[in-house]
Design a protein around this ligand. Structure first.
Ligand code: SAM
Length: 280
């Protein structure tokens, strides 16, 4: 049975173009077009947006994004073997799909996109985390994107949305939640992918805030959370000793008990601490 886009099923595409999955590129493909359309819908209404897709592979999610009405998709794929399959999709959706053969970690894509811009990707876990951090720490805010809809290993997704007091809570949660709102919108079992990875996955939808949730100097906030969570079992008066002289006074000013540990402290309190340190 052919799909709604008239293109062959993904298994046939993979066989025709010899796209055997390469482990070193983190290739675990989504072959169910109903599922990829569902993931595309998690990014919201795509009709008025340019979509940046990183790592399209054989194009399952790309087809979902186009079928769900994306105005335009810019797809960045490192593996040149995927280009002929992606060219077939571009031909089925004239003028709506541009493919760049590049490593997403080396490429500045902003010149190729027109706002509003939604980023959607099913990426290898390490590349995804690296890009997420870069997208949340641009030279200036607001960033080029309006939302990010990204597949992660479930355990990483839980670290992104974690709240104080949980094991998953740490620097990643604080960075994301300071700049954006993040929700887990789907979870997927290993069998959803070919080949199946060892772990469960989850889709996280991130929408940017116009400004950070609480005022704070980003460098000081980052220094404080790095020191606090690098020694997460220690009391803050010990783990933050090197961050500022008189750290106990700053902790008290921020309403944080000096004997507390980093994982108990809210984003709001970390920002108050960063402000107290900045004030000297
Ligand atoms: N999006 C496809 C899907 O859902 O079936 C493929 C997902 S697969 C998990 C990850 C894709 O990212 C692969 O096609 C891989 O070649 C590509 N990739 C890996 N590292 C990349 C990088 N640094 N830049 C661009 N693409 C990359």
């Amino acid at each position: 049975m052919s799909a709604i886009d008239g293109l062959p099923p993904l298994r046939a595409v993979i066989a025709q173009h010899g796209l055997s999955a390469k482990k070193q590129l983190g290739q675990n493909f989504l072959l169910d077009l109903n599922l990829t359309a569902k993931i595309a819908r998690q990014a919201g209404d795509l009709s008025g947006a340019d979509v940046l897709e990183i790592g399209p592979g054989p194009g399952g999610l790309t087809r979902g994004l186009l079928a769900e009405g994306a105005r335009r998709v810019l797809a960045v794929e490192k593996d040149a073997r995927c280009l002929p399959a992606l060219a077939e999709i571009a031909a089925a959706y004239p003028g709506r799909l541009e493919v760049i053969n590049a490593d997403a970690l080396d490429l500045d894509v902003t010149a190729h996109l027109t706002p509003p811009i939604k980023v959607v990707a099913n990426l290898p876990y390490n590349v995804g985390t690296e890009l997420l951090i870069r997208w949340l720490t641009p030279a200036a805010w607001p960033p080029f994107w309006d939302s990010l809809t990204l597949m992660f290993q479930k355990e990483v997704a839980e670290r992104i949305v974690a709240r104080p007091g949980s094991k998953a809570y740490g620097r990643l949660a604080l960075l994301v939640q300071w700049r954006a709102e993040a929700r887990i919108v789907m979870t997927l079992p290993p069998e959803a992918f070919t080949p199946a990875p060892k772990v469960h996955s989850a889709v996280v939808h991130v929408t940017r805030r116009e400004a950070p949730l609480y005022p704070a100097d980003e460098r000081i906030l980052s220094r404080v959370t790095a020191a606090g969570f690098n020694q997460r079992r220690k009391m803050l008066r010990a783990s933050l000793k090197g961050v500022a002289p008189d750290i106990e006074r700053h902790l008290v000013t921020a309403g944080i008990p000096p004997t507390a540990r980093a994982e108990e402290i809210s984003l709001e309190a970390f920002c108050a601490l960063a402000r107290s340190i900045a004030a000297g």
